[in-house]
Design a protein around this ligand. Structure first.
Ligand code: HBI
Ligand code: FE
Length: 296
């Protein structure tokens, strides 16, 4: 098990996309790899209640909007009434796909993040948002990280994709291409849609853990839904503070995994030669999807 060896009191807090706002987590308890024990004693009854209410609200929206792989696995998170113990989830996950969840104080630096994914460890923020942040929280919290990300780690193909992403990230760090690879994460792991025989469904954690965006991403006539293409995706800017203007649609998790198999070095070079694509832009001749069926 983890000892306190390697605790790094000097570990730097991380503040992506937050301007000057200090991150909420306490980074002094993190080890050198940025992981920490899940501080279970910090949770108040109010925190557990917030988890229970968030879980219930998302769960009832899933049919017809979330992909079946997610719906099939969500119960693996354990009892929906209280914040689960990461170790209990890890035990089940370990058996299913060899993944573990590990605690972190919040956002961590990209290289530390990639290194954990490459070892089949998914970093989960341990603190819970406050009730006044019920609908929107700036930083990922324990609900987003667990409910949004962990169910699909029970799917063997998606689980392999996440590890491949981590390995690709370590390589991208050396090639100064993290910005391009971050777009891949954003438009797949966080905001991905998948075309199924029953219609469009969401598999991205940012969608699945959001009360409003789940319905919007799948059924609204407003956003663009573009067929997944790696080069096109890496050219595309994204926004972090409102619903997405564009989503990318995969056909299968195999497609996603296979797309990450080649060495990205020539791809990065090609993308750098091209113009970036603005939020919500559709290019000439591009395959787009209409909104999916509304289950309401
Ligand atoms: N840290 N805890 C945490 N969770 C993330 O999702 C995360 C991160 N650090 C970096 C990061 N994501 C992004 O840079 C991804 O684009 C890779
Ligand atoms: Fe996330």
């Amino acid at each position: 098990m983890n000892s306190d060896k390697g605790v790094n009191q000097g570990v730097a807090p991380v503040t992506y996309g937050q301007g000057d706002r200090a991150p909420r987590g306490n980074y002094s308890r993190a080890r050198a790899d940025y992981t920490c024990e899940q501080d279970f004693s910090q949770y108040t009854e109010q925190d557990h209640d917030t988890y229970r209410r968030l879980y219930a609200r998302q769960l009832q929206q899933l049919p017809g909007l979330a992909c079946h792989e997610f719906i099939d696995a969500v119960s693996q998170l354990g009892a929906p009434e209280r914040i689960p113990r990461f170790d209990d989830i890890s035990e089940r996950l370990q058996r299913a796909t060899g993944w573990q969840v590990v605690g972190v104080p919040g956002l961590i630096p990209e290289e530390a993040f990639f290194a954990l994914l490459a070892e089949r460890k998914f970093p989960v923020t341990d603190w819970m948002r406050k009730p006044e942040e019920f609908d929107y929280v700036v930083e990922p919290d324990v609900f987003h990280d667990l409910f949004g990300h962990v169910p699909l780690l029970f799917n063997p193909v998606f689980a392999n994709y996440m590890q491949a992403y981590g390995r690709g990230g370590l390589k991208a760090s050396r090639l100064d291409a993290c910005e391009l690879l971050a777009r891949l994460y954003w438009y797949t792991v966080e905001f991905g849609l998948i075309a199924t025989p029953e219609g469009l469904r969401a598999y991205g954690a940012g969608i699945l853990s959001s009360a409003g965006e789940l319905h919007y991403a799948v059924t609204s006539p407003e956003p663009n839904r573009v067929a997944f293409g790696l080069q096109r995706l890496m050219r595309s800017l994204y926004r972090i503070d409102s619903f997405q203007g564009s989503y990318f649609v995969i056909d299968s998790f195999e497609q996603l995994f296979n797309a990450t198999a080649p060495d990205f070095t020539p791809l990065y070079a090609a993308v750098r030669q091209q113009t970036t694509v603005g939020v919500g832009t559709v290019l000439d001749g591009e395959r787009v999807f209409g909104p999916g069926p509304d289950p309401r």
